[in-house]
Design a protein around this ligand. Structure first.
Ligand code: PLP
Length: 393
């Protein structure tokens, strides 16, 4: 049976070039990057080369890149790091209602420790209004954290405007760019961010490695204590193969950014248009004019999301009900409820996320399977039958 992977916002396949670049650092050049012998030096120079590759993709300086274990750590480091470094007695953080749990749950933890947090709401399109962010600023605000692109609906936030506001008020600005890096241009200067989180496994790199961009001069407390790695920002022996993989993934992402993403966007649009034209009672979530080219989130009335994912999987198509981390939970997605979807609509929403390895045949196959699955699930729904009969009467 054909298998089609449409869950690239959850994770991506490691690119063959990435795997090849990593291999020597498991087998031959396995030195500790802090050792002074040849193997150690080789590992060190690979780490520094990766830092340069990643810095180029973000228009940052290599010295501003800190390697971490992934997006979650980078988000935690940013929020805890800024709050703990701040000398003021009262501390206030601004974020949004649609952040990933790596930011939202960190913010909740900060609240338990006495930090005040404002969760700026988003409109029905899933985009925050910069004036709402500005209105939330207080004399004790130490950090604004707004994600770049949403993982569930793909909406892109107005970071440039928020960055300008943060600068005018002299407040640190962090963005969770885990879903944006490698998919749309990300330039730390243009965005005006002080901190930016990213993760290798979302851009065809390995899992368990990521980075935090830290603008020069940013005062940040480390999360962990140990050796003097990463300029005292992040202790622990460097994950050399992972870091090399991230560097290579960044290099490839830069090369594929324009053409590759145009192709992905066309495939996504064909998938979405195909679904909307042959499946009744289907609605796209999020402002389609400000969206990642990879993502389409569609709710199918009278279809239970988890059931849909299982039925599609049995047909060979892999997609998701929303954030991977919340799958299995019966709670409707916080992102979909934040944009005003009713709980039952949120529960019937499916995220299709494409990547540069998807093909036109993948879309054809998904479009062949999907209407049958929706029809089959709807035929089992007592509400659908009842409403259809009422509508006919
Ligand atoms: N932030 C966003 C927006 C994400 O989509 C994810 C992963 O799904 C993360 C953070 C967490 O990244 P990681 O899996 O590298 O910890």
């Amino acid at each position: 049976m054909q298998r089609v992977y449409l869950d690239n916002n959850a994770t991506t396949a490691v690119a063959p070039e990435v795997l090849e670049a990593m291999k020597p650092y498991f087998l031959d050049d396995y030195g500790n990057a802090s050792s002074i012998h040849l193997r150690g030096q080789r590992a060190r120079s690979a780490v520094e080369a990766s830092r340069e590759q990643l810095a180029r993709l973000l228009n940052a300086r290599p010295s501003e890149i800190v390697f971490t274990s992934g997006g979650t750590e980078s988000d935690n480091q940013s929020l805890f790091g800024i709050v703990r470094a701040s000398r003021s007695e009262a501390k206030h953080v601004i974020t949004t209602t649609i952040e990933h749990s790596a930011v939202l749950h960190t913010a909740k933890e900060l609240e338990k420790r006495g930090v005040r947090v404002t969760y700026v709401p988003v409109g029905s399109g899933g985009v925050a209004d910069p004036t709402d962010v500005e209105k939330a600023i207080r004399p004790d605000t130490v950090l604004i954290s707004v994600m770049h692109a949403n993982n569930e609906i793909g909406t892109i936030q107005p970071l440039e405007e928020i960055g300008r506001i943060a600068r005018e008020h002299d407040i640190y600005f962090h963005t969770d760019a885990v879903q944006a890096v490698g998919k749309i241009p990300v330039d730390v200067e243009r965005l005006g961010v002080d901190l930016l989180s990213l993760s290798a496994h979302k851009l065809h790199g390995p899992k368990g490695v990521g980075a935090l961009y830290v603008r020069k001069g940013t005062i940040l407390r480390p999360l962990m204590y140990g050796g003097h790695h990463e300029r005292d920002r992040r202790p622990g022996t460097e994950n050399v193969p992972g870091i090399v993989g991230l560097g290579q993934a960044a290099e490839l992402a830069g090369r594929h950014l324009a053409d590759g993403m145009r192709k992905v966007g066309r495939l996504r649009d064909r998938l979405e248009e195909g679904i909307l034209s042959c499946v009744p009672l289907a609605t796209v979530s999020g402002d389609t004019s400000r969206r990642l080219p990879t993502t389409s989130n569609i709710s199918f009335d009278y279809v239970e999301g988890e059931g849909f994912v299982i039925a599609m999987d049995l047909k060979g198509v892999e997609c998701s009900t929303g954030a991977a981390c919340s799958s299995g939970s019966v709670e409707p997605s916080h992102v979909l409820t934040a944009i005003g979807r009713k709980p039952e609509q949120a529960r019937s929403s499916i995220r299709f996320s494409l990547g540069r390895f998807n093909t036109s045949e993948d879309v054809d196959y998904a479009l062949e399977m999907l209407p049958r699955v929706v029809e089959q699930l709807r035929s089992l729904s007592p509400h659908y039958k009842k409403d259809a009969i009422t509508a006919q009467a």
